[in-house]
Write a protein that binds this ligand. Structure first.
Ligand SMILES: [Zn+2]
Length: 415
């Protein structure tokens, strides 16, 4: 390691410790920024000589990163990872600086930063989940992101594990020298209708998709079978695994299959990988039930229409009270017009509380969905109000977008 890199690593550790100590953050971004300022080329230096896997896509990155890290830990190595979701260079720097020099790294990577990360870190593996629109006012148009992935992967040496069911991911991934295709499904198709190859229309039918220009779904190396709550992964060599996770949702089981395929590329057999993933409970506070001022509350985070679509599928059929909290700050995207694309109708008949700084916008949306609801702007007050409609023993569901979710955590920190 170069001297400058070593100094940067020491400074990063000091700043992160200070940041945690004075409570200004989770202590990952600030230190990483300082480290990169001291040694701008240090990321490449820290990545050299170790196995690096990157996980990217619009939805499910944080959870899938956690699942893949759990799988790699079964080899006995300590794995470094950006568990708090700081998925840009500063977060990567902090993660790489946090453990032994040779520790394998699993890095959640912002989809816009994937090309730069491929260049700097030369990862052994890239796990590509899905692409859909996110933060209308500040994200790149998704087909542009897919094209940038394609250009970056064409020149890389990494093995790609990619979702064969998402046309945008396939367009981005297929230029890579080696790709393992997983039929991991794509429930949100509203952003995948335009063919990234010719601008024509992608047609989805009978579990596959194609365009008249010849761009079509690749033959998967790993297929999935979903029956109700049961998901089975079928590998091309005939092995079959039923997925059992402690975290809920079909989308998490599908992500686990992708992580299992990735783990095999990195030398961990899929059965061992899946067993380790089954023990992962909460991920950065999400999915598990926490006490919010004494009210048992399941915390869920959704950031964009595809993410809301997944979570509404998860909570459909529940009848307990639910709080939906929406902000529209910079980190959420300033433009909340996406509310009109989310199928809130699926909430059905249950006590609903609209919350967050944009609760008035949400309230109008819920009104047109024909859903009775109350409006309580403060997310903590909203949870307390919702709890008054809960039957004994039934927890409150809370789904917030990014800053609304973190507002609630700030007011009622996890134990
Ligand atoms: Zn086409």
């Amino acid at each position: 390691m170069r001297l400058r890199t070593r100094l940067a690593v020491e400074a990063t550790a000091a700043v992160n410790q200070l940041s945690r100590h004075i409570g200004t953050g989770s202590g990952t971004v600030a230190g990483g920024r300082v480290g990169l300022a001291i040694a701008p080329g240090a990321l490449a230096d820290l990545g050299r000589g170790r196995t690096v896997a990157v996980v990217s896509g619009t939805n499910g990155k944080t959870t899938t990163t956690r699942l893949l890290a759990a799988a790699l830990e079964t080899s006995g190595a300590s794995v470094v990872t950006n568990a708090t979701g700081s998925n840009m260079p500063a977060g990567h720097f902090s993660a790489l600086a946090s453990g032994p020099r040779e520790a394998p790294a699993v890095l959640e990577t912002d989809e816009g930063y994937l090309p730069a990360t491929l260049r700097e870190l030369s990862p052994r593996l890239a796990l590509l989940l899905n692409l859909s629109r996110d933060q209308l006012d500040r994200s790149n148009e998704v087909r542009m992101v897919a094209k940038r992935w394609r250009d970056a992967l064409a020149g890389s040496t990494c093995t790609v594990v990619a979702n064969a069911d998402d046309p945008l991911v396939v367009f981005g991934a297929r230029s890579a020298p080696s790709v393992l295709w997983v039929a991991a499904g794509v429930h949100w198709r509203a952003d995948a209708g335009g063919c990234p190859a010719c601008g024509g229309r992608i047609r989805f039918a009978q579990g596959t998709w194609s365009c008249s220009c010849g761009f079509a779904r690749p033959v998967p190396d790993v297929a999935l079978e979903e029956r109700g709550e049961e998901t089975t992964a079928m590998f091309a060599d005939g092995r079959r695994f039923t997925i059992h996770l402690a975290i809920p949702g079909g989308f998490n089981r599908r992500n686990a299959v992708m992580a299992a395929a990735a783990a095999e590329v990195l030398g961990v057999p899929a059965d061992r990988a899946l067993e380790a993933m089954g023990k992962v409970e909460g991920v950065a506070g999400r999915f598990s039930v926490h006490s919010v001022r004494g009210v048992p509350t399941r915390l869920l985070l959704a950031k964009n229409p595809a993410g809301w679509d997944e979570l509404l599928e998860l909570v459909a059929g529940d009848t307990g009270p639910i709080v939906i909290a929406i902000n529209a700050r910079v980190a959420d995207g300033r433009d909340p017009s996406w509310l009109w694309d989310v199928p809130f109708e699926r909430l059905g008949s249950r006590p609903i509380v609209a919350s967050g700084e944009r609760s008035a916008d949400l309230s109008v949306r819920l009104h047109y969905a024909g859903l009775e609801h109350r409006r309580v702007k403060d997310p903590l007050e909203a949870v307390l109000a919702a709890s008054r409609s809960a039957q004994p023993g039934v927890s409150v569901e809370f789904i917030g977008n990014y800053t609304a979710f973190h507002d609630l955590l700030a007011k009622s920190p996890l134990a």
